[in-house]
Design a protein around this ligand. Structure first.
Ligand SMILES: *Cc1c(COP(=O)(O)O)cnc(C)c1O
Length: 428
């Protein structure tokens, strides 16, 4: 595979951008090699600067539920573009997007649009602290909630991949307010809640984790969190930045039938443009300025292009009959096919999958939390990643990221992926 142009672009980027990338997960640090620079994408396919074509399982880290450059998305953004890119004043389209979110996400009665998942989670935490009058929060090791200070404590995603789950620059005085519990371990939450009685504002959780690789909740875990939150007066925050609209129209809360107090959204609601949102019960959201005293603002929030993309995305989700069933089928066909040659060759592995998000872990053990994820053989994953890349399959460049299937991943695309996989496994 020729990568001359990507290499050149990377060296040029590294002179003016830290590490040559604008988000650490894009670097190929943990899998070896240098990142490919992308020229264009369509459907399930990516093309890099050297003209190499790939089947894409990153999907911009989640947003591309219908694949890249879907004609309806392109048309919707183009139409909005002609009317101006930003006004700094309200538009009717923002209300229509808020109405769509309220209609689709079970626990959301009122919602504020922001520009990223990070903004959504940091705003939700501020609101939870204000609403409860408490300072501490509980998060789970290996969960990632964006890069705000309170969350960079045993964080997942790029922080985990690069081995820096506790970032320097986070004031110790703030970090001590973040308590870390173990995912899928209600006992750890019970102990934290009892030990800090009356001082914990919220429990924030990825209802299905994507950021230490895909780790589903064990039966009863989410419901147990709901009960503990009710008992201790803590708000339950579902960070559905990744799972929102991916696992069901109403996200993980619809799939698992547990209602959080606050929900954060991102990724899919922007259809690939920068949008995030946080919402929940009216009584809580009523505290956000200018309705209430909790300050949160954004010059470009509710940006017309981003909102047009979001509206079209949610309309497509509502209109496409059988979308989630098709994604489930594609996901099952793919992961069953992945397992077979590995089992035959005696390579220990576990595949975690919920609907259209999955991770192939190179470990013999069940992966249910940060520690079990940490036992995966990342060197073997790196080798596998490179073999797949050489065969035209672009996986997330880390053992600790979920891969995504889109509606553009047809049977043919899945079949080609499995052929590449069999040939890659033969080289492991
Ligand atoms: C991606 C992600 C975020 C951060 O969103 P950004 O748009 O990257 O700031 C937060 N929480 C979860 C669960 C995510 O997957």
């Amino acid at each position: 595979m020729k990568t001359t142009r990507s290499g050149k672009l990377f060296r040029r980027a590294a002179r003016v951008i830290p590490g040559g990338v604008n988000s650490p997960v894009r670097a190929f640090r943990s899998v070896g090699g240098e990142p490919l620079f992308i020229a264009r994408a369509r459907g399930a396919r990516l093309r890099d600067a050297d003209g190499n074509d790939f089947i894409d399982f990153v999907g911009s880290w989640g947003p591309m539920l219908f694949g890249h450059a879907h004609p309806r998305m392109v048309a919707a953004v183009r139409k909005a573009l002609r009317s101006g890119t930003s006004f700094g004043a309200p538009t009717g389209a923002e209300t229509r997007l808020a109405e769509a979110i309220v209609a689709m996400v079970p626990s959301v009665e009122s919602v504020r649009l922001v520009n990223s998942g990070t903004e959504a989670t940091m705003s939700a935490i501020r609101l939870a602290r204000a609403f409860t009058g408490r300072d501490k929060i509980i998060k789970f090791a290996g969960c990632y909630h964006g890069h705000a200070d309170s969350f960079l404590i045993r964080a997942g995603s790029g922080a985990l991949t690069l081995g820096i789950p506790d970032s320097p620059g986070v004031p110790r005085d703030l970090a001590r307010h973040t308590l870390t519990c173990r995912y899928n371990d209600l006992g750890s939450v019970r102990r934290a809640a009892a030990g800090h009685r009356g001082r914990i504002a919220a429990v924030i959780v990825e209802p299905v984790v994507g950021n230490m690789g895909c780790v589903p909740p064990e039966p009863g875990f989410l419901r147990g969190l709901r009960r503990l939150c009710d008992r201790h007066g803590m708000l339950l925050i579902f960070d559905e930045v990744m799972t929102g609209f991916r696992l069901a129209p109403g996200g993980a809360q619809e799939k698992y039938r547990v209602r959080p107090d606050l929900t954060t959204l991102g990724k899919i609601i922007g259809g690939g443009l920068p949008v995030g949102a946080y919402g929940g019960r009216k009584k809580i959201m009523g505290m956000v300025a200018p309705a209430g005293p909790v300050y949160q603002a954004g010059t470009l929030s509710g940006n017309p292009l981003a909102v047009a993309a979001g509206l079209e995305m949610l309309a497509m989700i509502r209109e496409r009959q059988g979308l989630y069933i098709a994604l489930e089928h594609a996901g099952r066909a793919l992961t069953e096919g992945l397992s077979e040659p590995l089992t035959k060759k005696g390579i220990p592995h576990r595949i975690n999958r919920v609907g259209s998000m999955f991770t192939l872990f190179f470990t013999p053990d069940r992966v249910v939390d940060f520690e079990s994820a940490g036992r995966a053989d990342t060197a073997l994953f790196g080798k596998y990643f490179r073999e797949m890349l050489a065969r035209g399959v672009y996986l997330p460049p880390s053992q600790y990221e979920a891969a995504f299937i889109s509606a553009a991943h047809t049977d043919g695309v899945i079949g080609r992926t499995l052929r590449a996989h069999r040939s890659a496994v033969a080289r492991l």
